[in-house]
Ligand binder design. Structure first.
Ligand code: KG4
Ligand code: ZN
Length: 337
């Protein structure tokens, strides 16, 4: 069986084809990705209407490329999966509409996939795939959660953010530092030149004793420091503030992950979502987990941020377990929230 997957929840158009064997792990045959980042950069963030329009322009050519890359045609596809939500409504409608229309035209079933389940299962696309059960740290632009994952579809939220997501904290702080959108990777790069101890920033809820998060106060503290530095901070001051911001976010993410591992008694951690690409986070998690005999799994770097492969993979893993509501009547709905 082969699954064609579409991702269009935000500013990346992703299409991928996954092969699902009778037994054993699904395998990625081909994938294509088009990032809209350069288009949105001029506006300092994603413009929903522009995002939808660009998904429309890209999705069919990208699908052709992916099928050609796998040397297969639409007739070789058995199920068509798409991101059902959460995400931008208009953007989601493009991927879902195309997927369901293709499925209807081909007489094949369609399957809606939860975007976060895609992120959560993305490490299964790597050569070093995890085994169930595990604790998952899901850190994206819109979500920050710790979960206990016993199997596909068996998810228990252990804790989550009460305000901003970790990616949002990176992006908003980066914006205050005058860095382009999306700020996370730019802030991480600037932080390489900085001293994290040069500024003292808060770590909200660090000692709450629960695996919960709060990042809104950090953004306010960064704003205060930016104002204090005035109109023209030196390059070193900016780098120091970037390093201090990253250190604050990373320390909280590491501490809370360790707490979730300890209380669940599990010895495996999966890190997924865009912030999982952050190298400071990876280094500190790796060293803290190594000391405690915990194995850490990440998706391939290129699959940390949004992509079609994780959607096709999540659909494939559901189908292998006889899960997922296949639809054949051409109907669908998206769930932005
Ligand atoms: O998972 P994702 O692609 O989209 C959502 O579903 O939200 O995550 C995007 C987020 C953005 O906030 C981006 O700044 C952040 O991931 N990000 C990073 C890095 N790469 C991406 N944050 C910190 N360091 C990075 N290297
Ligand atoms: Zn995402």
């Amino acid at each position: 069986m082969r699954v064609l997957g579409f991702e269009s929840s935000c500013d990346e158009t992703g299409v991928a084809l996954v092969e699902v064997p009778e037994q054993g792990a699904p395998r990625l045959l081909a994938q294509g990705l088009h990032s809209q980042i350069s288009m949105h950069q001029a506006y300092g963030g994603v413009v929903p209407e522009l995002a939808s329009r660009d998904h429309i322009r890209r999705v069919i050519p990208l699908t052709r490329e992916v099928l050609a890359g796998a040397q297969l045609g639409l007739a070789d596809v058995d199920v068509i999966a798409y991101t059902q939500g959460p995400g931008l409504a208009g953007a989601l409608l493009v991927g879902a509409g195309v997927a369901v229309a293709l499925a209807a035209a081909l007489g094949k079933p369609s399957l809606g996939v939860h975007h976060l389940e895609g992120h959560l299962l993305s490490p299964f696309l790597s050569t070093d795939a995890p085994e169930f059960p595990f604790v998952a740290l899901l850190v994206s632009g819109g979500h920050t959660q710790l979960m206990r994952v016993d199997d596909v579809g068996s998810y228990e939220i252990l804790g989550e953010t009460i305000d901003d997501a970790a990616g949002e904290a990176f992006d908003k702080s980066a914006k205050l530092l005058g860095l382009p959108y999306p700020g996370g990777p730019h802030l991480a790069k600037l932080a390489l030149q900085g001293d994290p101890k040069a500024f003292e920033l808060p770590r909200p809820l660090l000692h709450s004793g629960k695996p919960d998060f709060s990042f809104a106060g950090l953004k306010t503290a960064v704003l205060t420091q930016v104002k204090r530095l005035g109109e023209s901070p030196t390059e070193q001051q900016r780098a120091d503030l970037a390093a201090a911001t990253q250190a604050a976010i990373v320390e909280v993410l590491v501490k809370k992950s360790l707490l979730a591992l300890k209380t669940s008694g599990l010895k495996r951690l999966v890190v997924a979502g865009g912030v999982g690409a952050n190298s400071a986070l990876r280094e500190q998690l790796n060293s803290a987990c190594a000391k405690r005999g915990v194995r850490v799994h990440y998706p391939e770097l290129s699959l940390c941020t949004d992509n079609g492969a994780m959607i096709a993979m999540a659909a494939a893993m559901r189908l292998q377990r006889g899960m997922g509501q296949l639809r054949r009547d051409g109907s669908f709905e998206v769930r932005p929230r």
